[in-house]
Design a protein around this ligand. Structure first.
Ligand SMILES: O=C(O)C(=O)C[C@]1(C(=O)O)C=C[C@@H](O)C=C1
Length: 280
């Protein structure tokens, strides 16, 4: 089985994929690294799996992933959360001598305190933290990069700073997915390996321009005691102001029938795009 993740090897996505595999019984995989999320997403087909970041403790949802999920015909099969910390490397010996710094786009929002000390430094946005390191290695005098803290020991550089994320307590949640569409018919038969499940989905009302639309949607879950752990509104892109709701429902294995009955009821009034039903 091929496991597609953001590369080169050493990204947080890579660490998350390995942490996920450690929770799975005898999974034999070949890692398939890609430099952008889009390429990771495109690479997953057949029985293969992929991993994308969904949410960071400091910088919130990863909009690139949510936008894909909104229309994607995929099935999420699990999730994994790992701690995230960064280090800085520079090929000059003082922060004041840095001219350019390579920073992955989601990393920037997690290292604001450090970056605010470098107001005149040019930030070069990258697609992956290990791409930042590669660019730094082949860069020019005055270059710096923010890289995973775990890579700091591997790099020889004039300046190194440890733990440059805005706070030490920081983590990112990733989803693991397959390329086939999630259907209630198949997922309602899943036998959970733990006592708890999570079901991610998008709900799009025909119109939001009516009092109580969201209240009504949430009522379906509330009346059967299903716990909502995430609620986000995302533009449908069809028209300005038209949104769909990204929802994650959690429950225990005794509520398997309830969740699928609730989704069926919802589907008769709203567009429901189910993304998965997996053990957590
Ligand atoms: O570049 C990496 O190392 C990644 O795995 C990507 C990613 C992300 O985009 O969310 C993952 C975790 C961190 O929060 C920062 C970057």
């Amino acid at each position: 089985m091929k496991f597609s993740v953001l590369g080169p090897a050493g990204t947080f996505a890579d660490a998350a994929a390995k942490a996920y595999l450690a929770t799975q019984p005898d999974s034999h995989v070949t890692f398939d690294y890609h430099p952008t999320f889009d390429q990771v997403y495109q690479a997953v087909s057949g029985d293969n799996i992929g991993l994308l970041p969904l949410e960071n403790q400091l910088d919130g949802y990863v909009s690139a992933t949510l936008q894909r999920l909104q229309t994607a015909d995929v099935t999420e099969i699990g999730e994994i959360t790992i701690p995230v910390d960064f280090g800085l490397v520079a090929n000059v010996n003082q922060l004041s001598k840095i001219n350019r710094i390579y920073v992955q786009f989601k990393t920037e929002g997690q290292c604001q305190k450090l970056l605010s000390k470098l107001p005149s430094v040019q930030i070069i946005t990258t697609s992956s933290n290990m791409v930042s390191l590669e660019k730094f290695r082949s860069g020019e005098p005055g270059d710096a990069a923010i890289i995973p803290q775990s890579q700091l020991a591997e790099v020889s550089s004039a300046l190194k700073l440890n733990n440059v994320a805005d706070q030490l307590d920081n983590s990112t949640r990733f989803i693991i997915f397959k390329a086939n569409p999630a259907t209630a018919a198949t997922l309602s038969k899943v036998v959970l390996s733990t006592n708890q499940f999570k079901a991610p989905l998008f709900i799009t009302p025909a119109t939001n321009d009516r009092p109580g639309t969201l209240y009504e949607i949430l009522g379906y879950f509330a009346k059967v005691g299903l716990n909502l752990v995430t609620l986000m509104s995302m533009p449908t892109k069809a028209k300005l102001g038209v949104y769909s709701f990204y929802i994650e429902v959690s429950g225990n294995r005794d509520q398997q029938e309830e969740i699928f009955a609730t989704l069926k009821e919802l589907a008769s009034n709203y567009q429901v795009h189910l993304l998965g039903y997996y053990a957590v």
